[in-house]
Design a protein around this ligand. Structure first.
Ligand SMILES: Nc1ncnc2c1ncn2[C@@H]1O[C@H](COP(=O)(O)OP(=O)(O)OP(=O)(O)O)[C@@H](O)[C@H]1O
Length: 590
């Protein structure tokens, strides 16, 4: 049931700030001279761009210099319509539509180029540097259409006048900022932070980070295009510099100095620095660059997290337990399927092989797992256990052979597609989201089943009973609002297990889930695994070095040695086997 919550002081302060800005936007034209109005109009347009960079870089971890290209494309699309066709109401509407649509199309292409082929973050950043260069070159070679190096000037735009542009820009900035604040604080907004923290974990929760990043790049290109439309109209001139990577770098600097990952910080950074630069360039024409440069250095030394750090010192903040309690959602049980249908094989592996170049790491692996079985995979270091787990959870890993999950061949499938078939994987080192709370991590695990809200934070956390049980037995149910960075190693391991179970998998892959845990924590995890398999019908494969632990909880044990499956039998058969004794005493076995 949703609980009633009082509105935190920070929200009141932000609302008061938004109101104050709205008042300034309305009465500003009566207060400021022409120069100030002109500069502030431009600064507010730049602030809209800084918001887009903050969402991409500050929240999602995509360092981009490419927003200038989308801004310039929007500005040029508008200016070309207004210059060459005219400024009737219909053509103004066309200019606005093209200013948004052309950058969106370009953004979708750039997003696909940057993220569509399993690219690295560095690759995406390099593309974001190249795109503004390409767009600038296109502008230079556009002849009379783009005005080449002179740009376009002297066209008519929206009939608003200086004051009207100031107000329109102010309203657009407030709307952009409020939407960005609502989105980044919503359940869906936490997905961005999850991608920034741990993209691999997102994929293994059944999410598609590549597609999300392409969508984000596309939408934010449209916002940058809208800012370009405002700029082309308000300034009455567009030039190649508006599309270049130098401008793209400036937006990144404003975002960094304002405080990335805060939205308000980059808005303040862009307005403050652009306005200050305009003032200084008038009063100190030869010195202003030096003064601004020195200011940057001082700020970076004193306030490495930007201007927003100052605000954090002033605004009341909740700490530790207080934050834990205030941000805690109520736990709600959701009906979920348990494991798989009895009797059917959840996993069927035949002739599986994996090699890295000439190194054959796995060969001829045959293995079946049925619902309710807890199969332990043991073997000395380097035997190939983790490699086998990778081949079961990523269809692009195996070199030869066939792996089927619930009857479906997984070859060529990506981890998120395999999660949808019913596989949950727990990694050797706890793979969670350090910047999120416990509840947010668990919400990410449910995000592939239940689309998170774009507008609000849920007051409840719906989880399958099995996942909620893990939280209760490990005490995590009392820490739902706690940041994951404050959890102990054992608590992170338990949280990751709860996240995997929240996926409602048929098969759970666990790579040394008890590594580094205390005896009590190991006992708790062992009991949890036995309950999940024995009572609830999940199938599980457990990689484990502790043979006593394995003996206590397994239904079957499989032994890997030098990439081959040398034994597959009951606990007694394996524990009393001569082969196992030989392997663990260091004896060779081919
Ligand atoms: N990306 C890789 N490139 C080359 N060789 C690799 C790669 N990954 C693993 N190997 C090699 O494959 C072999 C099996 O490694 P794997 O990590 O699967 O063993 P393991 O049984 O899980 O060992 P441990 O118990 O120490 O975790 C090792 O010889 C390892 O060096």
């Amino acid at each position: 049931m949703p609980e009633s919550r009082s509105i935190p002081p920070r929200v009141w302060l932000l609302a008061a700030l938004a109101l104050a800005v709205a008042v300034v936007v309305i009465i500003g034209p009566a207060l400021f001279d022409r120069f100030t109005l002109n500069v502030l109009t431009r600064s507010m347009i730049y602030a809209m761009l800084a918001v887009t960079v903050d969402i991409l870089w500050g929240y999602t971890g995509i360092l981009t210099f490419g927003q200038a290209a989308f801004f310039g494309t929007g500005a040029y699309a508008s200016a070309m319509v207004l210059s060459h066709l005219g400024a009737t109401p219909a053509l103004l509407a066309l200019a606005l539509a093209l200013a948004i649509i052309v950058p969106i199309l370009l953004g979708a292409f750039v997003g696909w180029l940057s993220f569509g082929h399993g690219s690295t973050p560095l690759y995406a950043t390099v593309i974001s540097l190249v795109v503004p260069i390409v767009v600038t070159q296109l502008v230079f070679s556009g002849g009379v259409w783009t005005g080449s190096s002179s740009g376009l000037v002297g066209y008519s735009g929206l009939p608003l006048g200086l004051q009207g542009y100031f107000r329109l820009t102010g309203i657009c900035l407030i709307i952009t900022t409020v939407i960005a604040l609502i989105f980044t604080r919503s359940d869906a907004g936490k997905l961005l932070v999850a991608i920034r923290d741990n993209e691999a974990r997102c994929a293994y929760l059944g999410l598609d980070p590549q597609r999300l990043k392409i969508a984000l790049t596309t939408i934010l290109a449209g916002v940058a295009g809208l800012a370009g439309f405002l700029y082309a109209n308000a300034s009455g001139v567009v030039a190649p510099e508006n599309t270049g990577f130098v401008f793209g770098t400036e937006i990144v600097i404003w975002t960094a100095l304002g405080g990335r990952g805060t939205i308000i910080g980059p808005v303040m950074g862009a307005i403050g620095i652009d306005y200050l630069s305009a003032q200084l360039s008038g009063d100190l024409p030869f010195l202003w660059n030096l003064v601004v440069g020195a200011l940057f250095v001082v700020m970076i030394i004193l306030l490495p997290n930007g201007l927003a750090q100052l605000a954090r010192m002033v605004l009341p903040r909740r700490h530790g337990e207080q934050a834990s309690q205030a941000g805690s959602p109520a736990l709600a049980a959701e009906a979920a399927g348990n494991g798989a249908e009895n009797g059917n094989r959840v996993l069927a592996v035949s002739g599986l092989g994996k090699s890295f170049g000439s190194l054959q790491v796995l060969q001829g692996i045959d293995l079946d797992v049925r619902p309710g079985e807890l199969v332990s995979l043991v073997g000395p270091n380097g035997a190939g256990k983790t490699t086998l787990m990778r081949c079961l959870s990523d269809g692009t890993e195996a070199t030869t052979g066939r792996v089927s999950i619930a009857g479906q061949d997984i070859s060529g499938m990506t981890p998120d597609e395999i999660v949808a078939l019913g596989v949950g994987r727990k990694f050797q080192v706890a793979s969670v989201f350090d910047s999120l709370t416990v509840a947010d991590c668990l919400r990410m695990a449910r995000a592939s089943r239940k689309t998170p809200s774009l507008l609000r934070r849920s007051a409840t956390l719906g989880l399958p009973v099995a996942a909620a049980d893990i939280l209760r037995s490990t005490g995590l149910d009392g820490m739902l609002g706690r940041p994951v960075s404050l959890l102990s190693h054992g608590q992170k391991q338990s949280l990751e297990l709860a996240m995997v179970v929240a996926l409602e998998p048929k098969l759970i892959l666990l790579d040394e889930p008890t590594a580094g845990l205390t005896k009590v924590e190991r006992t708790t995890i062992g009991a949890t695994l036995q309950k999940l398999t024995g009572e609830l019908g999940f199938a599980a494969i457990l990689v484990e070095h502790d043979l006593d632990f394995v003996r206590d909880i397994s239904t079957r044990i499989v032994v890997l040695h030098q990439g081959k499956l040398v034994l597959d039998g009951s606990v007694d058969q394996v524990v009393n086997s001569e082969v196992v004794r030989t392997i663990y005493s260091g004896g060779a076995h081919a």
